[in-house]
Design a protein around this ligand. Structure first.
Ligand code: ADP
Length: 187
C-alpha cells in the first residue's frame, strides 16, 4: 500500500476498526491514531486528560469535544503524521467531523477515503464481550451502541455527502476484510 494515504475509519464499536487500522498502518508505514487508545493510556497514567475522561469512558459516553479536538490538532502536526495517517475513533460526531475538515484545510491536507466497516449488531456484541476490555461489560456496550447510533452514524452521511465514503462488509475473516479495505482504498 502507498505511503501518503490519509484514511478515516468509521463503524460501530466492535466492528474491527482498531485491528484493521493497525494492519493497514503497518503496511503503509503511517501512524495509526486511535483516540480510544490515547484516552486509555491517559487514564492508565492518570494524566489530567485521563482524569477528566475516565468517567465518560467508563459509562460508554463520548468524552467532551473540548478534550478531544486539541489532542487531534496536536497529533496531526507531529512529524510522523506528515506522510499520512489513519484515524480510528475520530471523528465520532458531526461537530468533530466539521472540526477535522477545517483543521485539514489549515494543514493543507485532505482525507483520501472514509472507510465504513459494516457489521451486524449480534456480531458486535459477541466480539465486544469476548474482548474483555474494562469498558466491555453488557451495560456499557449497550450505551456505546446507542451513542454510536445517535451521534456517530450521522458522520457516515457527512462523508457520503462529501463523496469520500466507502463501505466495506466487516462481517468476514480478518484477512478478507483487510483485502476488501485495500481494494476500496486503491479503487
Ligand atoms: P470502541 O471502538 O469500542 O468504541 P474506542 O477505543 O474507539 O472503542 O473508544 C473507547 C471510548 O473512548 C469511547 O466509548 C469514548 O468514551 C471515548 N472516545 C474515543 N474516541 C472519542 C472521540 N473521538 N470523542 C469522544 N469520545 C471518544
Amino acid at each position: 500500500m502507498a505511503q501518503g494515504v490519509r484514511l478515516i475509519f468509521l463503524g460501530p464499536p466492535g466492528a474491527g476498526k482498531g485491528t484493521q487500522a493497525q494492519v493497514l498502518a503497518e503496511s503503509c508505514g503511517i501512524p495509526h491514531i486511535s483516540t480510544g487508545e490515547i484516552l486509555r493510556a491517559a487514564i492508565a497514567n492518570q494524566t489530567e486528560l485521563g482524569q477528566q475522561a475516565q468517567g465518560f469512558v467508563d459509562r460508554g459516553e463520548l468524552v467532551p469535544d473540548s478534550l478531544i479536538l486539541n489532542l487531534i490538532r496536536e497529533r496531526l502536526q507531529e512529524q510522523d503524521a506528515q506522510q499520512g495517517w489513519i484515524l480510528d475513533g475520530f471523528p465520532r460526531n458531526v461537530n468533530q467531523a466539521e472540526f477535522l475538515n477545517t483543521l485539514l484545510t489549515e494543514l493543507k491536507q485532505q482525507c483520501d477515503v472514509a472507510l465504513n466497516l459494516e457489521v451486524p449488531d449480534a456480531t458486535l456484541v459477541e466480539r465486544l464481550l469476548s474482548r474483555g476490555r474494562k469498558d466491555d461489560n453488557q451495560e456499557t456496550i449497550r450505551r456505546r451502541l446507542e451513542v454510536y447510533r445517535e451521534q456517530t452514524a450521522p458522520v457516515i452521511d457527512f462523508y457520503q455527502k462529501q463523496g469520500s465514503l466507502k463501505s466495506v462488509d466487516g462481517d468476514r475473516s480478518l484477512e478478507e476484510v483487510t483485502a476488501a479495505l485495500e481494494q476500496a482504498i486503491a479503487s
